[in-house]
Design a binder for this molecule. Sequence first.
Ligand code: ZN
Ligand code: ZN
Length: 275
Amino acid sequence: MLENQIENSDAAFQLTVLGARGSMPVDGKDFAAYGGATSCYRILAGNEEIYLDAGNGILSAAPNPDTRITILLTHMHLDHIIGLPFFVALGQANRCIDIFAKSRSGLSANEAVDRLISPPFWPLKVGQYPANVTFHELPEESFSIGAVEVDVMEGTHPQGATIYRLTHRGKVLVYATDFEHTPEGCEKLARFAEDCDLLIYDAQYTEEEYPKYRGYGHSTPQVGFDIGTRANAGKILFVHHAPQRTDKQLLAMAQEFAPYADKVIFAKAGDRISV
Ligand SMILES: [Zn+2]
Ligand SMILES: [Zn+2]
C-alpha cells in the first residue's frame, strides 16, 4: 500500500508523517502499511524545521544539516516523547534545538522530560547530549518561529494537551491530537481551526468503540470530519491510530470516507503532504 504523496517543494508547509500510531508503538506484518511508530510529524516551512511531538517516529527523521530545529510537544504522555533520546540531531554538536511545551502536573517541560529521560531509566538527560537544547515554557499568546506564526489552544485530555495552529505564507496547519470531543470543545476547535488548509485530528476510536473509552482523551474520524467541515478545512489527516488497529481495519475505516477521498487521509508513516 503506497504512502500518500501530495508534494510541492514551494509549499508553505511540507509535512512528512514519521509516526501516526497512538498510545504505544507496535510492530509486525499487520501494521506494516500504516506504521507502528508513535506521534511525530516533520514540517519544513521555509527555513524552519519543526517537529510536532517526539514519539518514536522521530527515529526515522533525517534533519537538514544546518537548520535550527524546533520541537512542539503537545503533552508529556510517553507516546509523544519516547523518541527524544534517539533523535539523531541531539547527537550533533553545533545543532540548536528549541523544545516548547506547557508545564503540566506541576512540572515544566524540562523537568518532566528529565524525570523520564534520566538514570536509572536512561543514561543521559536530554541537556547532556552534544546538541545545544533549550526548553521553553509554551507562551499563552501567539508566538513566532521565524516566519511561522504559532497559536495555541488547550484541548480536553487527561493532564491536558496543546493544540497548535501554524500559519506560514497565508497557509494554516492545525495539529489536534490527543483531543476528546465535548460539545464546547468541538465548537472551540472548529473556530480555532477556521479555514485551515490541513487539520491533523485524533481518530483513535470508531464510533462503536468510543462509548467504552469515554474519558480516555481521544476522538473518532466522524467527529473529526464534522469539525473539519464546520471549520472549512482543506484537508483532514486522521492520526493517533489505536495500537491494536491492523492495516486491514484502518483501510476499512478509510473506505468509509471514500466519497471524500480528496479531503480525508488516514495517515501512514511516510506520507508527505504539502499545503
Ligand atoms: Zn497520545
Ligand atoms: Zn496523551
